[in-house]
Design a protein around this ligand. Structure first.
Ligand SMILES: Nc1ncnc2c1ncn2[C@@H]1O[C@H](COP(=O)(O)OP(=O)(O)OP(=O)(O)O)[C@@H](O)[C@H]1O
Ligand SMILES: [Mg+2]
Length: 360
């Protein structure tokens, strides 16, 4: 079991909670995003997601499997299959209307403004070219530099992500390096054009615990150094706490709770958030059985008429089954979609100390 110490002491609210964030210009503004898959596997994967992310901040996007986290990120990168999906709403990144970009605009946007790293780095690389060459190619796709300069920049990026003997590794093929090194190389690839927004989709899940921590620390350093905004997808609350300034909790393709990290973790208002937190072991509760939320996530091809969490919610009443609770402002700079928000911290939610993350 490994412990992560939150970047902000949970008792000290970061700028958002004090209202200072109000002055920060958002880099990302997503309004009422919807994604529907229309092929043989019909699904309403994203159902009216809205959030904004200031420059240089990290949003943790948390939720169980199938809640729409990856689809949301793919929509932000315009990586969804155009013939089998319908996207609605608006995505603004650095002033660009992402859903309206043409091929040329997209080529500049991907890598130049926004980059994505995935859970499985082997998929990001073409097995027939060396790792270094692929990073150099990404550099050349955005900057009119010769190969020698692109090579030098690629090696510099490999050094930046702390790959030993970077010049030698430049010549390695993806299968010749370890999983942790491949993940570092993918981060180098994603950052090679200095994006303003990094979308990280469970980038440490496939790694063993020690390497996971190293990669999280590296990402945190690079985020600060490059001043990037990051959306970090995870289903692991301990990881989310480690990397995030703000936390958004997804369920059934919607954000059901969003707010400053400390506020959400200290005092979850949505029963689903409280359930996720209660299923995380805290130091004081070590040895106690992990609670899991009874029931299964909703079927996105057949969502209920009301709140998608109602069938699993101990607080649900008739109104929850009748209508979807609208997202409304809650507390200091927080948002919540629930008819029966919890009033105070739930026993079993996180205490003041570092959060212990179960490794199994
Ligand atoms: N190309 C696709 N065609 C049809 N349905 C899809 C497609 N991609 C995703 N979905 C569906 O959209 C829903 C949301 O998927 P998504 O991958 O966003 O979940 P997730 O929150 O990232 O889960 P996980 O934690 O398992 O990665 C799922 O029900 C999934 O089956
Ligand atoms: Mg996913």
């Amino acid at each position: 079991m490994f412990r992560f110490r939150p970047r902000h002491p949970l008792s000290t609210p970061p700028a958002e909670a004090t209202g200072a964030a109000a002055a920060e210009a958002p880099l990302v503004e997503v309004s009422d995003l919807t994604v529907e898959f229309t092929g043989s596997r019909k699904a309403s994967a994203v159902n009216g997601v809205s959030f904004s992310l200031p420059k240089g901040r990290v949003l943790g996007l948390l939720g169980e499997s199938g809640s729409g986290k990856s689809v949301t990120l793919r929509a932000l990168m315009r990586l969804l299959p155009p013939r089998r999906s319908r996207i609605g709403g608006r995505i603004l990144v650095d002033g660009q209307d992402v859903l309206a970009l043409d091929e040329k605009g997209l080529a500049h946007y991907r890598g130049g403004i926004a980059s994505m790293i995935f859970q499985e780095p082997i998929l990001a690389f073409d097995p027939v070219y060396t790792v270094g060459r692929q990073i150099a190619e990404a550099v050349r796709a955005h900057d009119a530099v010769d190969w020698a300069t692109a090579r030098a920049r690629a090696i510099e990026m490999l050094e930046h992500v702390q790959i030993p003997q970077a010049a030698r590794r430049y010549e390695s093929y993806p299968h010749e390096i370890s999983g942790g090194m491949r993940q570092r190389a993918m981060i180098a690839l994603a950052l090679s054009c200095r994006p303003k927004l990094l979308l990280a989709d469970e980038p440490t899940t496939a790694l063993d615990a020690t390497v996971q921590i190293q990669i999280l620390l590296l990402l945190r350093e690079l985020q600060k150094e490059f001043g990037m905004s990051v959306i970090f997808v995870t289903h692991d609350i301990g990881v989310a706490v480690e990397v995030s300034d703000r936390l958004a909790v997804m369920y059934g393709g919607r954000i059901v709770e969003e707010g400053d990290l400390a506020a959400v973790v200290r005092n979850p208002r949505h029963p689903y958030t409280a359930g996720l937190l209660a299923s995380t072991v805290t130091p004081g509760l070590r040895g106690r059985r992990l609670t899991t939320i009874p029931g299964a996530p909703p079927d996105l091809s057949d969502l209920p008429q009301g709140c998608a969490f109602a069938p699993r919610c101990a607080f649900a009443s008739a109104d929850c089954a009748a209508a979807v609770p609208p997202v409304r402002a809650f507390g200091q700079a927080g948002r919540l979609a629930c008819f029966h928000p919890l009033e105070s911290a739930v026993p079993g939610a996180l205490g003041p100390g570092p959060i212990a993350v179960p490794t199994a």
